[in-house]
Design a protein around this ligand. Structure first.
Ligand code: SAM
Length: 353
């Protein structure tokens, strides 16, 4: 805590995205470098941590995509932000039921946190899996990207319109406490907001500077090598103009400026903005679905019935409560959305039509 304060006090003020980048990803003191945040003992639980059923639905979607691409002998699957590796482990296990697809797949994991990378390397031992630092390492296609709760972990910028002027949110350290404030925004940033038609309504405007930067390489690869990208995240479709930043520690809300390096910070994803971004990058975007719609169209309820048939009552009710958590509209079912962007030549749209 003291050391990360020092990093912040070296700078007189930093923009919100730089603040998030330091407190989450600083190589020594950042949250993702210091903690394994997943699971009951951590700070939060993600869909792959909740149930294998979730991962199996993505695995089936992936195999169908590969079939649609006419079963190439080699294809590349890139998981963005694999966390503790839960999803990849279930994917490998599920693909054993599809030997041809298993033979053809090359799994690449793209992870920023060295600590999580270590955990992944310890847990995932397979010749099928490698780690990449850069999308330039993806030389051949087709390539399919997947990120669960990847976009919401990326730093965002925040702006506000006051009397027709645009202000950007900054952080600074004052008497050992983080202080957030707004200052007039630079013209280059205002232009970006204009380009994306984000200045229509008053309130807080959130701009995923880092998300767009990361997706630049993703989109280029899809356009050049064929394939697509599937993202699942907590977010909304109709513009909110609200401050959606949220800090969590030990499964409880935390003030944004407290427990630096010990608490997670995420934002809600503006899915319609990402759709516009993908369209600008010359990709085709299918409908944005809720997680509930996507998983049910992929057959998660039927899968639950098959898997739970031979279970005792207690295991069955445990699995049922996990299924419910994933698809119930009042739980993750509607808060989480799914977006699929693909090469314009590609006609795969399973679950989206
Ligand atoms: C909220 S976690 C989600 C983990 C996992 N996908 C899951 O659903 O359990 C976000 C993940 O993205 C990684 N991450 C964040 N920013 C990244 C970046 N710029 N490049 C690669 N990985 C990143 C984090 O270290 C972490 O593994």
């Amino acid at each position: 805590m003291k050391k990360i304060n020092k990093i912040l006090s070296n700078k007189s003020k930093i923009t919100m995205d730089n603040y998030m980048d330091i407190v989450l990803y600083d190589k020594k003191f950042g949250y993702y470098q210091k903690k394994n945040p997943f699971g009951i003992k951590g700070d939060f639980v993600t869909a792959p941590n909740i149930s294998n059923l979730f991962c199996e639905m993505i695995a089936i979607w992936l195999v169908s995509f590969w079939e649609n691409l006419k079963k190439p002998n080699n294809f590349y699957f890139v998981e963005l932000g694999p966390g503790n590796g839960d999803f990849c482990l279930v994917l490998l296990k599920s693909l054993k039921n599809f030997p041809e697809a298993f033979k053809a797949i090359n799994i690449m994991l793209y992870e920023k946190s060295n600590r999580l990378k270590k955990i992944q390397k310890k847990r995932i031992v397979s010749k099928k899996v490698s780690w990449i630092k850069n999308f330039k390492d993806i030389k051949k296609g087709p390539v399919i990207f997947f990120g669960n709760e990847f976009l919401d972990a990326l730093p965002i910028k925040q702006f506000k319109i006051i009397n027709s002027n645009i202000f950007e949110r900054y952080a600074s350290l004052k008497k050992n406490k983080v202080n957030f404030f707004y200052e007039k925004a630079q013209k280059k940033h205002v232009n970006k907001l204009k380009n994306y038609k984000l200045l229509k309504n008053n309130g807080v405007i959130e701009y995923p500077e880092h998300g767009f930067r990361e997706l630049e390489g993703v989109c280029k690869k899809i356009e050049k090598l064929n394939g697509g990208a599937l993202f699942i995240d907590y977010g909304y479709v109709i513009q909110k103009n609200q401050d959606t930043l949220q800090s969590i520690m030990n499964h409880k809300f935390n003030n944004l400026g407290d427990n630096i390096g010990k608490a997670d910070i995420t934002s809600l994803i503006n899915f319609s903005l990402y759709k516009r971004y993908f369209n600008y990058k010359n990709l085709y975007v299918e409908n944005i679905l809720t997680q509930s719609e996507f998983l049910q169209k992929m057959g998660i309820v039927e899968r639950f019935k098959i898997v739970s048939k031979k279970m005792n009552i207690s295991d069955k009710s445990n699995l049922y409560s996990r299924l419910k958590r994933l698809i119930d509209p009042n739980m993750m079912g509607e808060n989480f959305k799914v977006i699929f962007a693909k090469n314009k030549k590609c006609n795969f749209s399973l679950a989206f039509k």
